[in-house]
Write a protein that binds this ligand. Structure first.
Ligand code: NDP
Length: 421
């Protein structure tokens, strides 16, 4: 039995927390801590009213930007593991606090700074762009730099247990374990066929989402990064459960870890589907400066344009009751087995309306929150106990694949899929 401290209480957290309660054989106690404690209290009340879980829930207020507040909370609650489902901005402060308190750490997204104009960060970023050849604001170097410290402390920091990254890394490890001697190419396809009826909204935190999709794309080929302009590479794919969709090549964080951890891989690409209306809205907002993270003065007050935009857009958590349709996310692998060429597609289809019926959330939060719980459970129960900073493809995929089936994200394997050119 174990005790988990969950930090953050937004869209993804709300699913992870409810799934933790469904897994009360592993988690007998949970503290939900966030900046706005009323959200934690409301979720606790909702779960307790249902009366189906034996997990004992408490709540707390914490500013996860402050290591001192985090260490005070961790020292008083004494969890076995901390699940960070706040924002990527808080990754390093929460990792610092976990190290100070001797507790395992789990998250769903790699570090990126809130202020990308901060001079010290900016100089390091520009050096990295020149040396590595991709310009995304996030990369694993900040968190991988904690590896030796987590190892020395005998602790695990499990990095990126959402769907992508997360399940996509586990699919890769599973393909390598059961279907290939060597994987040569990986195409990760992320399709959201959901319709929420709004002209424009993002499916998870708008600031993080819009930063990601308005950036340059990139992919890994023959040992180096190839960078593209935003939305420069477009393909069409016919997704089971959704139909034909346009998809665009994006930079994505698991490309970096898979390139490091999958021996012999020659190319890794990531595609996400977008409708034309979404792209037109985004381009317009970008052109007028609304996606900027640089503060401006407005009527004597400093505001950050993208944060102001976030206040105007629908709260992703509110999309649940309106969203119809399905997601289909998975990976197409090519490689060699017993000297012969082989292609395998592993994917999950998730229905927005069914997610809402079960937990009151749409499928994007659901497909991230379920894997967040699974990774946390495997660390908490010691099934995954590799020390240091660990990406999911480095671990045995079988227990995770089994839990995906049991906790709402069943997957399929197609050994004769259509590939992407
Ligand atoms: P939300 O914006 O819905 O929720 C974020 C939560 O973090 C809110 O409860 C917020 O509190 C809290 N928070 C923010 N800053 C602080 C702080 N300084 N101290 C304490 N709490 C804080 O985001 P999502 O749920 O959509 O996303 C959560 C995470 O999941 C993000 O890191 C995102 O990148 C990641 N993600 C990963 C995916 C994957 O597949 N790997 C896919 C989608 C998301 P408040 O209520 O006060 O705002």
């Amino acid at each position: 039995m174990s005790k988990v401290l969950v930090i953050g209480c937004g869209g993804v957290a709300s699913v992870a927390i409810q799934k933790i309660c469904q897994n009360d054989k592993v988690f007998d106690e949970m503290c939900i801590a966030s900046r706005t404690v009323s959200k934690c209290d409301a979720l606790k009340e909702k779960i307790e009213k249902q009366g189906v879980s034996s997990t004992k829930i408490t709540t707390a207020k914490v500013d996860a930007d402050k290591v001192s507040e985090l260490t005070e909370l961790i020292k008083s609650y004494k969890p076995d593991v901390v699940l960070n489902v706040a924002l990527p901005y808080q990754d390093l402060t929460i990792m610092d606090a976990c190290l100070e308190c001797g507790v395992n750490y789990v998250d769903t997204a790699n570090y990126e700074p809130e202020d990308i104009e901060e001079p010290v960060w900016r100089a390091a970023y520009e050096k990295r762009c020149r040396e590595k050849g991709f310009t995304a604001y996030f990369d694993y170097s900040y968190q991988w730099a904690y590896d030796e410290r987590f190892k020395a402390a005998g602790l695990t920091a499990l990095l990126g247990t959402g769907f992508d990254p997360g399940v996509t890394s586990v699919f890769t490890a599973y393909a390598l374990k059961h279907y290939f001697d060597e994987i040569h190419t990986i195409d990760i396809l992320d399709c959201n066929g959901g319709d929420h009826g709004y002209p424009f909204a993002t499916n998870f935190n708008p600031e993080i989402n819009l930063r990601e999709v308005s950036a340059n794309g990139s992919y890994w080929e023959n040992g180096h990064w190839v960078e593209t302009k935003p939305m420069e590479i477009k393909r069409e794919y016919n997704f089971e459960g959704v139909g034909m969709k346009d998809m665009y090549l994006l930079h994505h964080e698991e490309i970096e870890s898979l390139a490091k951890n999958i021996p012999g891989v020659k190319r890794i690409r990531f595609f996400m589907t977008f409708g034309q209306s979404y792209l037109t809205h985004m381009k317009c907002l970008e052109n007028v400066g609304m996606l900027s993270t640089t503060p401006i003065m407005y009527e004597g007050r400093e505001i950050v344009p993208i944060q102001f935009l976030k206040a105007l857009l629908p709260d992703p958590a509110s999309l649940g009751p309106r969203t119809k349709g399905k997601t289909n996310i998975g990976c197409i692998f090519t490689g060699i087995k017993d000297g012969k060429e082989k292609t395998v597609y592993i994917y999950n289809i998730c229905d927005h309306e069914e997610c809402y019926k079960e937990l009151g959330s749409q499928a994007i939060s659901y497909t991230t929150g379920v894997p967040a719980m699974i990774g946390t459970a495997l660390v908490a129960s010691g099934v995954w106990n590799k020390k240091g900073c660990v990406n999911l493809e480095e671990l045995d995929p079988d227990p995770y694949m089994d839990m995906l089936n049991r906790f709402g994200l069943p997957w399929k394997v197609d050994e004769n899929p259509v590939t992407v050119d």
